[in-house]
Structure formats: structure tokens, C-alpha cells
Design a protein around this ligand. Structure first.
Ligand SMILES: *[C@@H]1O[C@H](CO)[C@@H](O)[C@H](O)[C@H]1NC(C)=O
Ligand SMILES: *[C@@H]1O[C@H](CO)[C@@H](O)[C@H](O)[C@H]1NC(C)=O
Ligand SMILES: *[C@@H]1O[C@H](CO)[C@@H](O)[C@H](O)[C@H]1NC(C)=O
Ligand SMILES: *[C@@H]1O[C@H](CO)[C@@H](O)[C@H](O)[C@H]1NC(C)=O
Ligand SMILES: *[C@@H]1O[C@H](CO)[C@@H](O)[C@H](O)[C@H]1NC(C)=O
Ligand SMILES: *[C@@H]1O[C@H](CO)[C@@H](O)[C@H](O)[C@H]1NC(C)=O
Length: 396
């Protein structure tokens, strides 16, 4: 071979190698051992889909990876302790980590924007480094061992479409100081819940101004001083809050529900003027006065309250399009305080005090027997159906 042709050959095989490399970076790859990892190790952009699964993997490090447009799935690795994607800067793809029982460290310190990241069932996860992420489409962190000992992954997060943090039993404080908008679903539930030890978590969202469909459960503290608009539904359930204060909220697009908060005695929505769906307040055993809706005017759905209230003050509510159903077990409650509330054409108004015990529903969700006070008005079926869709646990 001449010198020239051997040079060409070398170039040619290098080109083949680059092509082969590019090809594998776009392929579906199954990794079952650490040795298998070498096939993709050189990819700096990965557009394929890789599944890393099995008993043969103790650690995954992929320092060359800079940009992910495909997917990385790390699932059911009983021996995997660490996942290190230190070079990763952008991800328009998805990263899912499911059922990695001893996984304790996940490092993506340089990642700035991310499409979707889900970490579900990682009971030993202690370190999640995501400290550069500012925007993301979807983040789900469920059933992990994350606690408050280190820097939390979302300190710089400004915006998300969907955000779910639930069932992280060691996580007692959730503080997202930069978060401004969650345009889709926001679910914070069952964090810091350990039987006999703690009832939930603090939730501090000091800069949150808007969310769309927001569910908050098992909270011991809540700070949402800037929240001013909820475009779909908002619910506070099973919290240990004595006071529920949402001072800047002006509108809720759909249902506002406050259910089963067993020490709640004060509800305050000082700026709230309109609710596009139902207002549901039920099974809050310590709540005797409802005076926190002093500016509320419009309720497009059902006004639905169940409890031991003495006093409900809704000075500006005169028209509830979906109807009204208020049952109080208190002897001191006076339905005449709600006399000016009129239902829209499709709704009815029902208000009763001294209900011996507010009765449960039958399987169809209509009242079995709502008590025996005078002035009963039977509920139309459209009305019952509206209540049923508002929540399945209204009656107790
Ligand atoms: C979780 O992973 C273990 C192996 O680590 C496997 O045996 C088990 O089936 C997985 N569970 C689920 C729900 O995937
Ligand atoms: C909160 O929002 C304000 C106003 O937009 C901004 O100046 C401030 O830096 C934000 N705080 C954090 C911690 O992001
Ligand atoms: C809000 O979330 C609830 C519960 O997850 C769901 O049933 C409902 O369809 C959602 N509504 C919107 C408008 O996304
Ligand atoms: C009422 O709330 C308590 C907690 O405050 C809860 O344990 C119970 O299940 C709730 N009842 C219903 C019917 O939702
Ligand atoms: C709730 O707290 C506010 C002060 O934030 C107070 O004005 C109001 O009277 C309280 N309501 C009840 C029922 O304690
Ligand atoms: C009910 O609450 C309102 C507002 O807090 C108050 O003005 C009114 O006196 C209370 N009525 C009764 C019967 O306690």
C-alpha cells in the first residue's frame, strides 16, 4: 500500500467509525451491564432511546453527554447507586428513573432547561443535583428518600408546566423561592408524612403568581403570598393548617375546595372575587365561622358547605348559578344569613341548620337523607350531578 492510500484508508475507517457512532447515538439501546455503556459513552448528543436496567450496573456516568433529544430510562436497577450526567446542559427529551431501590445520588448540575424528568420510587435518594434548572415542562418526584439536608433541586426553578412532588416522607420543607408560574398541574401531597412523627410538609412558594390545576395536601405550613390567579381548580385537603390564608388570590377558574382539614379554624381569601366552578367546604371539624370571603361575588358552580358552622358570612354573594347546598350541624346557625343567595335557573338552594348528622350519599352520589329540618327543598338531579362531579366525598 502506498502512503497515500493507507492515509485514505485511515480517514475512511475513521469516517465509518464516526458514522457508526452517530448511528448508535440515534438508536434504541438496551444497557444491561456497565460494559454495554461503552457503546454510547462517546455520544455528546443523544437522540435515541436508552434503557438502563438490570442487576449488573452499579453506577452510570456519561460525562460526554451534552444534549439529550431522545430519552433515557433507568429502571429497576437493584444495585445502581449513582447516576452522573455532569456534562448535560439541555434536554428536550425525557429522563425517567423508576424503581431504583438503592439509588442515592443523581447529578445533573449543569442542566439548564429540561423537558421532562420523573423520579419515582428511589427510597434511598439523598442527593439530587439539578441546581441550574430554571425552566422545565414536567417534573415529578415521587416516593424518594429526599430530605432537607442538602440543597434542594428546585432552588432556581422559575417556570414549569406540570410539577408533582409527592410521597417523599423525609421531605419536611418545600421551598421554591423562584417559582413564578405553573401553567399545568401542580400537586404537592403526602410529603413529610410519617406515622406518629409528622403530619406533612411546609410549602413555601413566595413568588408563585399563577397556577392552573393545583392540589395541596398534608401541609403543616403554607405561604403563597403572591398567588393571584388559578385558572382551573384549587384544593386544600387533609392539611394540618389552623389558618388557610391566600391573601392575593383574585380568581379561581373552576372549583375551590377545602376538605378534611381537621384543625382548620380560619379561612381567609381576602381578595377573591370570583369562582368559576364550585366552592366546596366540608369536613373541617374545627371550622365554626366562615368569614374569609368578604369580597367574593360570583360563584358559577355550586356553593356547597358541610360542617358545624355557627356563622357563614358571604356579604357579596347573591347569585350562585349552580345552586346552594349548606348543611350545618350547629344549633346556632341561622340560614337567614344566606337568605339573599339565589340560585340560577338550573340550581336549587338548600340551607339547613341543626342537621343531626350530615348524612352520606348513596352510591349514585345523591343525598340519602339530608335531615329533617323544615323548609326542605328536594334537589333536582342536575344539581345532584353537579355536586357529584365537584367531589366524591362531600357528604359525611
Ligand atoms: C423493581 O425492581 C426490582 C429489581 O430491582 C424488580 O424485581 C421489581 O419487579 C421492580 N418493580 C417494578 C414495579 O417495576
Ligand atoms: C421574585 O420575583 C421578583 C419580582 O419578579 C424578583 O425580583 C425576585 O428576584 C424573585 N425572587 C426569586 C427568589 O426569584
Ligand atoms: C385538574 O386535576 C384534576 C385531578 O387531577 C383532574 O381531574 C382535572 O381534569 C384537571 N382539570 C384540568 C382543567 O386540567
Ligand atoms: C374527615 O376528615 C378527617 C380528617 O380531618 C378524615 O380522617 C376523614 O376520613 C374525613 N371524612 C370524610 C368522609 O372525608
Ligand atoms: C381569621 O383571621 C383574620 C385575620 O387574619 C380575622 O380578621 C378573622 O376574624 C379570623 N376569623 C376567624 C373565624 O377566626
Ligand atoms: C357572623 O360573622 C360576621 C362577620 O364576621 C359578624 O359580623 C356577625 O356578627 C357574625 N354573626 C354571628 C351571629 O355570630
Amino acid at each position: 500500500m502506498t502512503r497515500l492510500s493507507s492515509g485514505l484508508l485511515l480517514l475512511f475507517s475513521a469516517t465509518i467509525a464516526v458514522h457508526a457512532q452517530q448511528e448508535i447515538c440515534a438508536k434504541q439501546v438496551d444497557i444491561a451491564s456497565e460494559a454495554d455503556l461503552s457503546s454510547i459513552a462517546a455520544c455528546s448528543t443523544f437522540s435515541g432511546s436508552v434503557t438502563i436496567s438490570g442487576a449488573g450496573i452499579n453506577a452510570v456516568a456519561w460525562p460526554a453527554l451534552n444534549s439529550l433529544t431522545g430519552s433515557i430510562k433507568v429502571t429497576s436497577n437493584p444495585h445502581l447507586a449513582g447516576l452522573h450526567l455532569d456534562g448535560l446542559k439541555t434536554s428536550t427529551g425525557t429522563i425517567t428513573l423508576y424503581n431504583n431501590t438503592i439509588l442515592s445520588v443523581v447529578d445533573m448540575p449543569n442542566l439548564q432547561s429540561i423537558n421532562s424528568l420523573e423520579i419515582v420510587t428511589a427510597p434511598n435518594l439523598r442527593q439530587l443535583s439539578l441546581s441550574s434548572v430554571e425552566t422545565m415542562k414536567s417534573l415529578k418526584i415521587e416516593d424518594t428518600g429526599l430530605d432537607n439536608s442538602g440543597t434542594l433541586p428546585w432552588s432556581r426553578l422559575r417556570q414549569a408546566t406540570d410539577l408533582g412532588v409527592s410521597n417523599n416522607k423525609f421531605l419536611k420543607v418545600i421551598d421554591m423561592p423562584s417559582l413564578k408560574v405553573v401553567s399545568g398541574k401542580l400537586v404537592i401531597a403526602a410529603n413529610g408524612v410519617m406515622e406518629g412523627q409528622s403530619d406533612g410538609s411546609s410549602l413555601l412558594l413566595s413568588n408563585l403568581t399563577a397556577c392552573s390545576n393545583c392540589t395541596f395536601r398534608h401541609l403543616t405550613e403554607l405561604k403563597v403570598p403572591s398567588l393571584s390567579a388559578v385558572s382551573a381548580s384549587l384544593s386544600f385537603d387533609e392539611t394540618s393548617l389552623e389558618k388557610l390564608d391566600v391573601p392575593a388570590l383574585k380568581t379561581v377558574g373552576q372549583t375551590l375546595s377545602i376538605v378534611s382539614n381537621n384543625v382548620l379554624s380560619n379561612i381567609s381569601f381576602a381578595e377573591l372575587t370570583s369562582i368559576g366552578g364550585a366552592l366546596l367546604i366540608a369536613n373541617n371539624t374545627e371550622l365554626t365561622t366562615i368569614d374569609g370571603f368578604q369580597n367574593l361575588k360570583d360563584i358559577a358552580g355550586v356553593l356547597n358547605m358541610r360542617g358545624a358552622f355557627n356563622n357563614i358570612s358571604l356579604p357579596h354573594v347573591t347569585n350562585v348559578q349552580g345552586g346552594m347546598s349548606v348543611l350545618s350541624s350547629s344549633n346556632d346557625f341561622d340560614c337567614s344569613t344566606l337568605a339573599k343567595v339565589k340560585a340560577g335557573a338550573r340550581g336549587k338552594t338548600v340551607c339547613r341548620a341543626k342537621v343531626v348528622s350530615a348524612k352520606p350519599t348513596n352510591a349514585e352520589g345523591s343525598l340519602v337523607n339530608a335531615g329533617t329540618a323544615a323548609g326542605d327543598i328536594s334537589m333536582g338531579s342536575a344539581f345532584a350531578a353537579t355536586i357529584m362531579t365537584a367531589a366524591a366525598i362531600l357528604f359525611f
